[in-house]
Design a protein around this ligand. Structure first.
Ligand code: 5GP
Ligand code: ZN
Length: 129
């Protein structure tokens, strides 16, 4: 089995620019170079995505997402954050170790209102209310 790159980052066997770390989670800069400030938050324990991740790892990851997001808005001059997460290859996930993307946002930053959301073609069916 191929080594998991994010587990290698947790172990210190692969380089990363860490922005926050605690016993359960790690936040580090994404190497995509798609937008400044793109951060990933992961549980230190390996799970592939939300479908197999245990609830404790999920909630610890979310706590760190909140901590980093609050820091970005209260200390770094950002006005908000987009939180993005793909689960499964069909959903666009490329690294199979659960991770949340944080994209720091500012008014008039030119990124648009919908961040990286996919283009929705419009629903075919009405919902029942
Ligand atoms: P996904 O497409 O699975 O939602 O996101 C995976 C993210 O991991 C991508 O944004 C990609 O740039 C990032 N990534 C892939 N390999 C590495 C790496 O070795 N180091 C860091 N810091 N980010 C990575
Ligand atoms: Zn892993």
């Amino acid at each position: 089995m191929n080594k998991c790159i994010f587990c290698e980052i947790v172990k210190g066997n692969a380089p990363s620019m860490k922005v926050y770390e605690d016993e359960f989670t790690l936040a580090f800069m994404d190497i995509a170079k798609d937008v400044d400030g793109h951060i990933l938050v992961i549980p230190k324990v390996h799970c592939e995505n939300i479908l197999d991740c245990d609830c404790e790892a999920l909630s610890k990851t979310m706590e760190t997402v909140k901590k980093v997001s609050n820091h970005l808005t209260s200390e770094c001059g950002y006005d908000g954050v987009d939180i993005l997460n793909a689960n499964g290859r069909a959903a666009g996930q490329t690294v199979p170790h659960f991770h949340m993307h944080i994209i720091p946002r500012q008014y008039k930053d030119g990124l648009g209102g919908a961040g990286e959301w996919p283009t929705f073609p419009g629903a075919k069916f009405d919902i029942e209310t």
